[in-house]
Design a protein around this ligand. Structure first.
Ligand SMILES: NC(=O)c1ccc[n+]([C@@H]2O[C@H](COP(=O)([O-])OP(=O)(O)OC[C@H]3O[C@@H](n4cnc5c(N)ncnc54)[C@H](OP(=O)(O)O)[C@@H]3O)[C@@H](O)[C@H]2O)c1
Length: 280
């Protein structure tokens, strides 16, 4: 099969930039669409973008979890309504679409890792808009997959890993929550898998995260040991950090479905994070 021409929506964001890079490395003819020239809410922008390609990766999103509590309408337009328009146009043009979603569609109350068949129940506005996007997409009946990811970090964009590294340079004490569990996942890892999905164009829903489960406190401890900066790390609870949006305490994903589909294991979070810290 010839490699499809690919559009990366939100291709200048943290994930999108790594996806665009990986697609080019893997020989896909790749076009990046992002603000300010491309607005995913604009139907004619979407139509123009989809005319040029055979496959679309949607990394565009409203991603400020706390601000989404007050800018809910804007988040809904980008994360839900625009995804519906995108699916409708993809249906007309018969374009395969990979839509990126999130662990925040779950409430985090389950005692085990979440699998694709678990019922979503978002506990904040951002999660609600992302879930609505998934549901709208299903209604369009286009050829699509959803890939839910979690706790991502990359070179561009703000993320937990960069925050810990930066704060360790100026602060002697760092408070980090030890009651949120998940898997820190490099956007470079996600991008590699997206390239493999592009080769197969499945129509399914997948959970993807780095291998292994860990608390945010343990990640911070790992980072500080690796960069060798002596900081007094203090474990605390999510409730000690009041924030506008509630956070799910369990973000762990069961990833056996994507492992079976790709017929390969997933790299452990520690190896990927160590490589990232070297680059940083
Ligand atoms: N970061 C995480 O930990 C995480 C976890 C789970 C899932 N995800 C999902 O991963 C995907 C990628 O997110 P990310 O982490 O790469 O966030 P990001 O860096 O904020 O990327 C989102 C991109 O979408 C663009 N965008 C926003 N509004 C747009 C609009 N109206 N039209 C076109 N583009 C628009 C943003 O542009 P501006 O920067 O100019 O606004 C940005 O380039 C999202 O679906 C997100 O929900 C992220």
């Amino acid at each position: 099969m010839a490699k499809p021409k690919v559009a990366i929506l939100g291709g200048r964001g943290m994930l999108g930039s790594d996806v665009a890079f990986a697609c080019r490395q893997n020989g896909f003819t790749t076009t990046v669409f992002d603000l300010p020239k491309f607005d995913i809410r604009n139907k004619s922008h979407l139509t123009t973008a989809l005319k040029q390609v055979e496959a679309v990766i949607n990394c565009a999103a409203y991603t400020n979890v706390d601000k989404a509590e007050t800018q809910t309408e804007l988040a809904y337009q980008i994360n839900a309504e625009a995804v519906k328009k995108l699916g409708q146009i993809a249906k007309k043009t018969n374009t395969w679409l990979l839509h990126i979603s999130t662990d925040f569609v779950f409430d985090g109350k389950k005692k085990k890792p979440y699998s694709e068949s678990d019922k979503p129940n978002p506990i904040n506005a951002y999660g609600k808009t992302k879930l609505k996007g998934e549901q709208f997409l299903a209604e369009t009946d286009c050829k699509y997959s959803i890939m839910r990811i979690e706790w991502t970090y990359g070179l561009s964009g703000n993320n937990f890993v960069k925050k810990i590294v930066n704060r360790s340079k100026t602060q002697k004490h760092l408070k980090v929550v030890d009651d949120q569990l998940g898997s820190p996942t490099a956007t470079a890892q996600v991008a590699k898998v997206i390239c493999e999905l592009l080769e197969k164009e499945p129509q399914d829903i997948f959970h993807y995260a780095a291998d292994g489960y860990v608390s945010r406190f343990q990640i911070a401890k790992f980072i500080l040991e690796k960069i060798n900066i002596p900081v007094d790390l203090i474990a605390c609870k999510t409730d000690d950090f009041p924030s506008d949006a509630a956070r799910p305490l369990n973000s762990c994903f069961e990833c056996s479905k994507i492992k079976e589909f790709l017929k390969q294991p997933i790299e452990h979070w520690q190896q990927a994070l160590e490589r990232f810290l070297h680059k940083l």
